[in-house]
Design a protein around this ligand. Sequence first.
Ligand SMILES: Nc1ncnc2c1ncn2[C@@H]1O[C@H](COP(=O)(O)OP(=O)(O)OP(=O)(O)O)[C@@H](O)[C@H]1O
Ligand SMILES: [Zn+2]
Length: 457
Amino acid sequence: MTLNLYDTYSRSLRELQPIKPGHISLYACGPTVYDYAHIGNLRTYIFVDLLRRALEYSGLQVNHVMNITDVGHLTSDQDSGEDKMEKGSQRTGKTAWEIAEQYTRAFKQDLASLNIQEPVTWCSATDHIADQIEFIADLERKGFTYRTADGIYFDTSRQPDYGHLARLDRAGLQSGKRVDIGDKKQITDFALWKFSGVVGQRQMEWDSPWGVGFPGWHIECSAMSARHLGEYFDIHCGGEDHVPVHHSNEIAQTEARYGTRLANFWLHGAFLKSSEAKMSKSSGAFVRVQTLIDRGVDPLAFRYLCLTTHYRSQLSFSDDALDSAASGFERMRALVARLGEPGVPDDGYLDRFEAELRHDLNFPRALALAWEMLKSDLPDASKKATISRFDEAFGLRLALWTPAVVGVPPALAELMARRELARAERRWSDADQLRIQARSIGYELDDTAAGQQARRM
Ligand SMILES: Nc1ncnc2c1ncn2[C@@H]1O[C@H](COP(=O)(O)OP(=O)(O)OP(=O)(O)O)[C@@H](O)[C@H]1O
Ligand SMILES: [Zn+2]
């Protein structure tokens, strides 16, 4: 099965032809670990995971690399302001190194809660300082850099097609500039290396041919993707906010050094927006995985919510949207838990499912198809096998889930499974009836945060 994916670079749907047959090299920009990830950030990583699962579903082997930004991401896109890591350190009273470790661990925990597969290779900016220095030195030799009082900058005027990814209007930007660009020659020029100023005041700084300092944010991705995937690879992805600055700058650096376009495909996930809370780490107030758990919501219900909106459409997050996703998700897994042992998947439904994934990862339609299949008159064994195949791409752990019935007699297990479904479908009087039936065989059923618990009466 060949996927058709929307490539931001060409602004078109293109057929994905792997550079190396059977394999896909995939780079996703990772988090800046100065705070917990919010569910907006995580929507983007769910999108990357769905992309990877669709690629694997189609039989491709995916070499997935993700970076951890633990230095050099400044609070302003104009290469001014504080380094987010140093700022996080001031906020928490911990060292920048400690918070990098703490929030990287928290991020990996979030990925696990959302059943997002970890990349094949993790790489962090601070582990690749030498690669970044070498990259900048090569750009300098090729004449793409200049020095200002505060750092080494990339000269975007050297590239006629700089900003093509974002269709930037360079002339308009330059003449309409309202921000102070300091010593930079063009508004679009960006820092490759920043000087520390007073040495010893920053926690994270390194020696370099240009003086003590730290790398700019963009250079890490060009250097690490080249190190782990090569100069030109299949797919680069991230959130849509990366198009005008971060990804445009990654492309500029790699084109300047290697003469290649960096990636064959550029895929971008649209934002999650919330009317109730500003979804931004920098603003301080945001919803994260732990917030969902505290509200008694299974994090996978958030994954289900993400599946209901196409990755290129904005997702409007609200409590109501989350509640209805949670009830859809609970109904689906309770239904699946009742299907029994799997038989043979249904080819007709599998074909239709693949067609939805093939068309730019149409997961909302694929999810609707799953509902249609579950409500159809296919035999249960066939439904179970078919939904298990679908779930390789959904990643909802549907087939693994069972109500908490371990160690209880089969008759009670059956009652509990039926009651679980009744509760998920909000058939409260049926649920009450089933509780009475459980009592008649000597068990009291308690509804707890972890699901139903059976107690001998
Ligand atoms: N509201 C959002 N919805 C979807 N993706 C988002 C959202 N905000 C950020 N992202 C994406 O999350 C990923 C990680 O971003 P990063 O850790 O750099 O966050 P950040 O930009 O520092 O956070 P913030 O801007 O919220 O302070 C990036 O791919 C980015 O595009
Ligand atoms: Zn990046």
